[in-house]
Design a protein around this ligand. Structure first.
Ligand SMILES: C[S@@+](CC[C@H](N)C(=O)[O-])C[C@H]1O[C@@H](n2cnc3c(N)ncnc32)[C@H](O)[C@@H]1O
Length: 287
């Protein structure tokens, strides 16, 4: 038996030489996006790993580059994920946002409740006061952070879509945190450059990066300038529905994110950890 680390969730393969068959599916648990694929090998235990709806072939073992002998990995089944959600605290205002906006286009772009809770906890643990979000949409992830920011704390919330920001604004207001949020309408790179030109380099504690994926490298470099030493940049979607881990998927975005993940893993300006939550997120602590 071999254990093969794919990031999220991690795959345990039995008898690697057998023909694996993959079943892929998109799953909604308590209204939350969740993607998985399940592999079956003849005469072997069921194995499960990350996802891609286009993946129909097993990944040959010689294309999997990270083998972790003896590692212990827990497959994220529907049952397990719904258990996690049942033990997640979601503030009522976030639940309201999620439910009210569930039918609007793109609502599956926002982070799930367990990830929102995790981000809020990180911000609290860090004692963060100055935060940035790149890619706000209807405000779910930014509101999760704004709710736990202390009075006097600030979150720069940046998005190019005015209508999405108008929705987010309503929820900030409803939650009584509008005064903590600096809403910036415009292209993210412009907003981040404006902050730098305004002399704000090295003054932010936390940033959440969740906008157009092909620009991640550029945003990351700007955020690295804006963040203090010991500050945190959280990069969302680094597992990209499991595609980054699947060598058979090679569309433009997947390839870009795969390269970006490699870059982050090797960037010695940060300490890094890839976390299998939501669509995968990478925590980058600036040294
Ligand atoms: C995945 S959604 C953000 C979801 C949000 N972080 C959440 O979890 O609630 C991505 C957002 O990035 C915004 N976006 C995409 N490209 C952008 C750009 N170049 N500048 C600013 N915002 C951008 C989109 O308008 C969209 O609202």
């Amino acid at each position: 038996m071999s254990n093969v680390m794919l990031g999220w969730p991690v795959l345990t393969l039995h008898k690697l030489s057998t023909n694996l068959k993959l079943k892929c599916r998109h799953v909604s648990v308590l209204g939350t996006r969740h993607v998985q694929f399940i592999s079956y090998a003849p005469n072997c235990s069921r194995v499960l790993c990350s996802v891609d709806s286009s993946a129909t072939k097993a990944v040959p073992s010689n294309q999997l580059d990270t083998l972790v002998p003896g590692g212990k990995h827990l497959p994220l089944t529907d049952q397990l994920y719904s258990y996690i959600l049942r033990h997640t605290r979601e503030p009522l205002i976030l639940q309201k946002l999620r439910e009210e906006m569930a039918e609007s286009p793109g609502s599956n772009m926002q982070i799930p409740p367990d990830q929102g809770q995790f981000l809020a906890l990180l911000v609290q643990l860090m004692g963060a006061r100055r935060c940035i979000e790149v890619g706000v949409f209807h405000g779910y992830s930014s509101l999760a952070v704004a709710l736990v920011l202390p009075e006097g704390g600030k979150l720069v919330a940046c998005d190019r879509d005015e209508r999405s920001l108008a929705v987010a604004r309503q929820y900030y207001e409803h939650a009584g945190v509008l005064h903590k949020v600096d809403i910036r309408h415009g292209l993210a790179a412009d907003t981040l450059n404006d902050l730098l030109q305004n002399g704000e380099a090295g003054s932010y504690d936390y940033a959440f990066l969740d906008a157009d994926k092909m620009m991640y490298r550029e945003y990351y470099e700007l955020l690295l300038q804006l963040i203090k030493p010991n500050g945190l940049i959280v990069v969302d979607n680094t597992l990209w529905y499991g595609r980054t881990a699947d060598p058979l998927v090679n569309d433009k975005r997947t390839k870009f994110l795969r390269e970006f993940n490699k870059f982050l893993a090797e960037d010695d300006r940060i300490n890094v950890s890839m976390v299998p939550i939501g669509d995968g997120m990478t925590l980058c602590r600036k040294q």
